[in-house]
Design a protein around this ligand. Structure first.
Ligand SMILES: [Zn+2]
Length: 460
């Protein structure tokens, strides 16, 4: 495709705010759990006569955090009224969605800019339920979860720019934990070339956005070259057919009959609230990256690994207070991440507690020659989920393991590697070696190799 054509792209991004409870009730929000309709109540299933509770304060705090990151003006003096946005669809039992947008409301925040792209507005709304048109089933777990909608100006000039900006936005917002990691996004994309603006609704991944945009741009140029007019319309992207298709009239309609919701008071946010939230914001990934390179003299490659996760950067910053960070950086970017990945954990998981001072202690022992690098790595294997003082542990652990202790470790390894253990029982030699290796690692090499083999053979 030749590159010389006019192109404007704009986005409307819906992200799931990372809150424990839904927007107008106290139901849980973990909608990624498979069982349908377990987090429901009369409010989020729209039972007749049910009234919303006051909006979730955590959601309001998070929308302000996002608005600040996007450098928006927050409308604390404006009328942030909840509006009922009406449409009839099986996923919406109340017949309307509550949103701070529409004809009679001012959005939460306006006129921002993030990474060179202007932000028109941000607002807060509730998610509808999930409806499966194939079998008519409805799952209300998602109904009433707080959503943020971020609307950009049509400032993007290429597909690549759109994708890299969007991925930076998602990384930044999940890094400070304001949007839900792994929950995905829903994006409406508008694109114009030689004619009017075309909107493609509800695309849920970067890859699909790329495909939809490439298809749609090509289609519009062909229409233009064939002398046909490009008229304003609303499309969806069919991933299986690999093309954009026209939406049914009903879905594309825009008359939502907005009216103020009499059951909900206007949002009342003060300038002081905003200042307080501003102070509590962590440094953003871009600022952290600069600091790690300039202040701590890290290489860019290493700094980039750290800034993918707030907990990891903060861990590294703590380490840097005590020892030379660049010298030991691979213990974090390679060793620690290897161990976490192996255990399918991340540093910010609730059950993981790894203390920087424990790693510092370990590294100091390596530095003094009291531990070999290999031994230190083996000890570190046991830092997940909870780290420990290596010095204290070394005092206890001098000498070989008792038979009783060894047996316990063997049992633990069998429990955690049931499949491999079955393979071993079926006679696979590599499986036994693997299992023995696990016990040796767990014991910090203090188990007696022969004894371990013996215990496994007995268990066969
Ligand atoms: Zn509920």
């Amino acid at each position: 495709m030749e590159k010389n054509y006019p192109l404007k792209i704009g986005l409307e991004i819906h992200g799931y705010l990372n809150t424990k409870e839904k927007l107008f009730c106290r139901c849980e929000t973990d909608f990624l759990k498979k069982t349908p309709n377990i987090f429901i109540c009369p409010i989020c299933t729209g039972q007749p006569g049910s009234k919303p509770m006051l909006p979730n304060e955590e959601a309001i705090k998070k929308i302000i955090q996002i608005s600040l990151i996007l450098n928006c003006r927050i409308n604390y003096e404006g009328e942030m009224k909840w509006q009922r946005k009406h449409y009839d669809w099986p996923d919406l039992p109340k017949g309307y969605q509550d949103t701070i947008s529409g004809a009679h409301s001012t959005p939460c925040a306006e006129n921002g800019v993030f990474d060179g792209i202007r932000i028109r507005e941000c607002h807060l709304e509730e998610d509808p339920a999930q409806w499966n048109p194939e079998n008519g089933e409805i799952n209300y777990n998602r109904s009433g979860i707080p959503l943020i909608e971020i609307v950009t100006e049509p400032d993007f000039k290429s597909v690549e720019q759109t994708l890299s900006w969007l991925s930076n936005l998602i990384n930044t917002l999940s890094y400070i934990k304001v949007i839900r990691k792994n929950a995905g996004i829903k994006v409406d994309v508008n694109v114009s070339t030689y004619g009017e603006r075309i909107e493609i609704k509800n695309i849920n991944s970067l890859e699909k956005i790329k495909k939809a945009l490439e298809y749609e741009i090509k289609r519009q140029i062909e229409e233009y070259e064939n002398g046909r007019e490009i008229k304003k319309e609303t499309l969806t992207y069919d991933d299986i057919k690999g093309k954009t298709i026209k939406m049914r009239e009903k879905e594309g309609q825009t008359d939502y009959r907005f009216i103020p919701d009499p059951d909900l008071p206007s949002l009342d946010i003060s300038k002081e609230d905003i200042e307080k939230i501003k102070k509590s914001l962590p440094e953003l990934p871009s600022e952290k990256l600069k600091k790690l390179i300039d202040k701590f003299s890290l290489r860019k490659e290493d700094a980039e690994i750290l800034v993918k996760n707030l907990a990891l950067v903060e861990f590294a910053e703590e380490i840097a207070k005590k020892i030379n960070l660049p010298k030991y950086i691979s213990w974090i970017t390679i060793e620690l991440l290897r161990i976490l990945n192996y255990n399918k954990k991340t540093l910010d998981d609730e059950d993981v507690e790894i203390k920087p001072e424990h790693l510092v202690e370990l590294l100091e022992l390596v530095d003094k020659g009291e531990l070999t690098v290999l031994n230190a790595k083996q000890i570190m294997n046991n830092f997940v989920p909870k780290s420990f003082s290596v010095k204290e542990n070394m005092k206890i652990q001098l000498g070989k393991l008792s038979e009783e202790e060894t047996k316990k470790l063997v049992e633990k390894v069998i429990k955690e590697n049931k499949k491999v253990f079955v393979e071993f029982k079926e006679g696979k030699k590599e499986s036994l070696n693997f299992l023995i290796g696990q016990v040796m690692n767990l014991s910090g090499r203090r188990a007696d190799f022969k004894k371990v083999r013996e215990i496994f053979e007995k268990n066969r």
